[in-house]
Design a protein around this ligand. Sequence first.
Ligand SMILES: C[S@@+](CC[C@H](N)C(=O)[O-])C[C@H]1O[C@@H](n2cnc3c(N)ncnc32)[C@H](O)[C@@H]1O
Length: 384
Amino acid sequence: MSQALKGVRAGSHNAAVPYPTYTAVSLYAGAGGLDWGFSQAGFKLLWAIDSDRHAVETYKANLGEHIVCGELPGDAPSGDLRPDLVIGGPPCQGFSVIGRMDPEDPRSRHVHSFLDVVERLEPRAFCMENVKALAEADRWAPVREALVQRAKELEYQVELMVLSASDYGVPQARERMFLVGVRGGTPLCPVPTTKGEPPTVREALSRLPVFGKPGNATVSTAKVVPAAKPVMRPSAHKGSLLFNGSGRPLQLDEPAKTLPASMGGNATPIIDQEELTAGAKPWVVGYHARLRKGRSPDKQAPRRMRRITVEEAAALQSFPSEWKWRGPQGAMYRQVGNAVPPVLAERVAISVYEALQVIDDQHTEAAPANAAGMMPAANQAAII
Ligand SMILES: C[S@@+](CC[C@H](N)C(=O)[O-])C[C@H]1O[C@@H](n2cnc3c(N)ncnc32)[C@H](O)[C@@H]1O
């Protein structure tokens, strides 16, 4: 039986049509990127949790007071909650390709804790987000097989999808795993909206106030310094390491590379201010060419080479520009880098919503309705 309430859906569909509002509980909610997407698609968040107090403050400032600051698995939600959906992005450092890839890493336990909550709350569906490596790396096969097997034993039909954010309206080539389970129905995969013509860094940043003005002034103090021993590849942007740290210059006419949670210091991507605002040729291209001719590395980079601001990082993650960030600067960068891009989250959320509606329509109508714009996940190339 559907527990849906009647409401008006705020997502991308016809807002004049009354849609049911499904309820959700969110685990490891962070700053709320995933939750924003689900609330836009018509889910009502009943309860959320995260252990980072700054992220919780950010969440409250944008999404509401229903989040608590606490530690899972100990502070798990009450069994009295009976949401339609459980969502969450358990910590992924243990699974990340840039992390230590340690199966014993306690942070890797959280994916199982997520399903413990699913087992207890018995939602109609769940959606767990994580890094692509958990879906694809050989060494994580036992973990993902255990997750899928357990979800099946809990009577969910499950699909494991890897989605590229830049195919869904996000100016970032971020690939993420989504494990979606639906009881009594089929998970649907969101149809790409911008495949082949992804939004670019330039488009996203052009919507922000000028660098240094209110709304675009939260900038890392990490200096951009040319590397004393640069790593040279044929292209200035692709593979070369010309500066201190892992932060690289962004290519303005492409989606950004994946923004890491470690932003704030030397891992913060770099932008060429004159290229952005005056259409100048990227400084790094000329510098790379000079190095290739045998010139010594520069001692300092020109001022036009700077780190991206928190607001720019948030725009590249597709957060609404009015999003309020809380906490010290390093905490803000971390929250941004940790988040599911909200616009990608909304597309996934709509597909979960539609899957629930198909089930409800089957219960109320003789002829089952087809979910517009969706296809069974099993028909999608991105499905593992
Ligand atoms: C990948 S981030 C989630 C990002 C979030 N889904 C979003 O879209 O903004 C993982 C989150 O798990 C939180 N976390 C880590 N360990 C936790 C624990 N034991 N209990 C609760 N939250 C935890 C971190 O603070 C972090 O915000």
